[in-house]
Design a protein around this ligand. Structure first.
Ligand code: NDP
Length: 346
């Protein structure tokens, strides 16, 4: 990581080299910038929380994907929450709400201290349900991912036995709690380490949590769900997907959300060795992207927002302090340093 001269008040992270394997600090540069003036309808936002997310690792590779790669020498972006400091003209947010100085907004111009952007690219946050930063996690993109993936893609039904991997993370912790609240007969999660599995069982209401670092996931899952599982929500891929296929019951559904175990790989990972089981077990495996399920947002916010406000659904955040630590936060996220949503507080 290097730092280029410029305004120290306004700074943004640039990707300056495409990572090979795990991202390292020299792949990034923290750059001081001058902000442009505001055009009519634009706002100046001072960011207070930045989101770091696993998908950002994929955007660092120069490959064709569902989302454009980050450009070298240009600012990165991602989810953020901030305070509106200046408003030009009759700026309104994405819901047509008139923007005012002091409003807390959600937007996608993260990885920087300040952003000038069209008001319509922001959304004013409702802090009556949860603090502003929760709109980057449990009530934000990761929460909606859990909701759409379990209920629509995974076709969850009350009474199902559910398994979710990376269960102590932002998405996984919502998946397991949703399943419990909606009547699952068994909720199993996997996570790395004793603190995470304790949190899942003691606070998040999972029936069983398997520490995949302490034993192979296949044997842990067999013990946790001896009668098998109906829905697997896959955040990890690799050995977790193979173990889940092995434990699926007839007619089960796999919602493929992410494959974080291979995001830093430089060679394609080996596939599950037991794909033949899809046939006899009549399994459905379906990948999805949260952006295709935006129509569920009002229903999701109403349901999950109420559970969060009433304390029926708990959430955790791992907060790293300071703009300079953003790359460290991403590295830590990719290696399991977070419980719940990983955030950077500015
Ligand atoms: P998390 O908060 O779950 O953080 C990532 C976690 O992944 C880490 O904490 C770590 O937990 C776990 N992990 C890392 N490496 C491995 C590994 N080799 N094996 C097993 N677990 C590992 O992140 P999110 O909740 O934001 O994202 C979870 C998944 O959902 C990711 O795969 C992400 O790409 C995907 N996603 C997909 C979306 C879509 O639209 N399809 C939208 C949003 C997210 P541990 O300590 O337990 O290993």
């Amino acid at each position: 990581m290097s730092s280029r001269a410029g305004s120290q008040a306004y700074r943004e992270w640039h990707l300056v080299r495409r990572p090979q394997g795990e991202p390292v600090s020299d792949d990034f540069e923290l750059v001081g910038v001058r902000l442009p003036g505001l055009d009519d309808g634009e706002v100046l936002v001072r960011n207070t929380f930045l989101s770091v997310d696993p998908y950002m690792r994929g955007r660092m590779n120069d490959v064709k994907s569902y989302i454009a790669p980050f450009q070298l020498g240009a600012p990165m972006d991602g989810g953020a929450v901030g305070v509106v400091e200046r408003v030009s003209g009759d700026a309104v947010d994405s819901t047509d709400r008139r923007l005012r100085e002091g409003d807390l907004v959600l937007h996608n111009a993260g990885w920087r201290t300040h952003a000038v952007l069209p008001g319509r690219a922001t959304r004013v946050i409702d802090t009556s349900l949860a603090p502003a930063n929760a709109w980057l996690g449990v009530l934000g993109m990761p929460g909606l991912t859990a909701y759409a993936g379990l209920l629509r893609v995974g076709e969850f039904r009350s009474g199902d036995r559910v398994f979710v991997s990376a269960a102590a993370g932002a998405v996984g912790s919502v998946v397991g709690q949703l399943a419990r609240i909606k009547g699952a007969s068994l909720v199993v999660g996997s996570a790395g380490g004793p603190d995470k599995v304790s949190w899942l069982v003691d606070e998040a209401g999972f029936d069983v949590a398997v520490d995949y670092k302490a034993e192979p996931i296949a044997s842990g899952l067999l013990r946790a769900a001896p009668d098998g599982i109906d829905v697997y929500f896959d955040n990890v891929g690799g050995d977790h997907l193979e173990a889940a296929i092995g434990s699926m019951r007839r007619g089960g559904h796999v919602a493929v959300c992410g494959m974080i175990s291979s995001y830093n790989d430089t060679e394609p990972p080996p596939g599950p060795r037991n794909l033949g089981m899809l046939i006899g077990k009549r399994l459905t495996i379906r990948g999805f992207l949260v952006n295709d399920h935006a129509d569920l947002r009002p229903q999701f916010e109403q349901e999950v927002g109420t559970w969060v406000r009433d304390g029926r659904m708990v959430f955790r955040e791992t907060v790293v302090e300071g703009m300079e630590q953003t790359v460290d936060a991403l590295q830590s996220l990719l290696s399991g340093g977070n419980t719940g949503k990983m955030l950077v507080r500015l």
